[in-house]
Design a protein around this ligand. Structure first.
Ligand code: GN1
Length: 361
């Protein structure tokens, strides 16, 4: 649901925008967590079609319990880039006239009196987003962008970055949550999913391998994005990567999160939403392309041990996503929501099938 007219006016006013202007607002992107809109402002007195567009985003506070940590991280990242890499572009939240880039706005509807956290970001005009990677070139470009992002931040002291979702990609935690959901979740669903549950339990050596990797001095914590699906890269009209977006989960992490999410989402010809598992397969040339793109930026940064874990990165992220979707199904879809009955079960089955295909890579 779009923000109310009062909320929109309150946001615009804090940026000195909107007075005497018309606006139109439309949902943007297919993210599962935050609500995002494109807002276009126009001047009714101008004959010509002069308009300017921005992105408004409302932070999902069920997921990001402390939105100020996101804001603090992005301010730090922005300041660091400005100093060290002024030519590197990231569409960060804009500062309002009082200098704040996170707006706390009380709900204006009696049924929604809680504070909502909003940001206004530049809308990159002419940029294109894609949902499913169509060519190895796109996989290369996107991986280059995510590699470049971490690379540009390699001199940032990551101890100053907050975990915006504590233990977000801790596979041990995700496995425990899956086990808890089997105990305390919807028992009809637990029964229904017995076969899938057994398959995922059978693959739990991936958790052990992750825990071993975590203990290894060769595994380095860096500023990583943690959501490297293709829709989080902007491309220009000629198919060149422009920049990465959706920066709320930027925090210290391992490279397997970023590389793994790319393997999970770029090398299959269909997305995690596909219900027909016969369409799930792997495209080795897309895998090679993304490894190349990431290595072109991160090759010198990665340790030997990390370079030996490229394939593991894909297994790790795909396994975690299968667990997360299935856990959510067992808990009645409280996190991801469901657009149709068994939606999260379809997604979990999709990811489990992809995991089986990836093991053959
Ligand atoms: C969520 O919001 P979105 O769609 O970019 C999720 C990711 C999952 C992804 C699966 C904060 O990302 O971790 O991989 O859905 N983000 C959060 O599509 O949980």
């Amino acid at each position: 649901m779009s923000p109310s007219e009062t909320t929109i006016q309150t946001i615009l006013a804090q940026f000195g925008l909107g007075e005497g202007m018309t606006h139109s607002i439309a949902p943007l992107g297919k993210g599962l967590i935050n609500n995002t809109w494109k807002i276009t402002l126009g001047n009714p007195s101008e004959d010509s079609a002069i308009s300017s567009s921005y992105v408004i985003q409302k932070i999902n506070q069920d997921v990001f319990k402390n939105p100020r940590t996101i804001d603090a991280n992005l301010s730090l990242v922005g300041a660091h880039l400005k100093k060290k890499h002024p030519d590197y572009y990231l569409p960060l939240p804009l500062p309002a006239t009082n200098g704040e880039s996170l707006l706390a706005i009380p709900g204006d509807d009696p049924s929604d009196s809680a504070i909502g956290y909003y940001r206004l970001m530049p809308f990159v005009s002419g940029a294109v987003t894609i949902e499913v990677v169509a060519t190895p070139g796109q996989a290369y470009e996107a991986a280059l962008q995510f590699g470049r992002f971490t690379r540009r931040l390699h001199t940032l002291d990551i101890r100053n970055l907050h975990p915006t979702i504590p233990l977000f990609h801790d596979l041990g935690l995700r496995y425990r949550q899956f086990n808890d959901a089997m105990e305390s979740g919807n028992q009809v669903r637990v029964h229904e999913c017995a076969e899938l549950i057994a398959k995922l339990i059978d693959l739990s050596q991936i958790v052990e391998e992750y825990e071993k990797l975590q203990q290894d001095p060769g595994a380095v914590l860096r500023a990583t994005h943690h959501g490297t699906k293709i829709s989080n890269v902007l491309f220009d009209g000629a198919g060149k990567g422009l920049c990465v977006i959706d920066l709320d989960t930027v925090m210290p992490g391992y490279f397997i999160s970023d590389l793994g999410d790319m393997i999970r989402t770029y090398i299959c010809p269909v997305s995690e939403e596909e219900a027909d598992t016969t369409k799930i397969g792997i495209r080795p040339d897309f895998y090679q392309a993304l490894i190349q793109g990431y290595s072109d930026e991160m090759g010198d940064e990665l340790t030997d041990m990390e370079k030996e874990h490229f394939k593991f990165a894909g297994l790790f992220m795909t396994y975690m996503q299968a667990l997360r979707f299935l856990t959510d199904y067992l808990l009645n879809d409280i996190y991801y929501g469901a657009k149709y009955p068994r939606h999260n079960l379809v997604r979990a089955t999709n990811q489990c099938t992809l995991l089986e295909r990836l093991s053959e890579l």
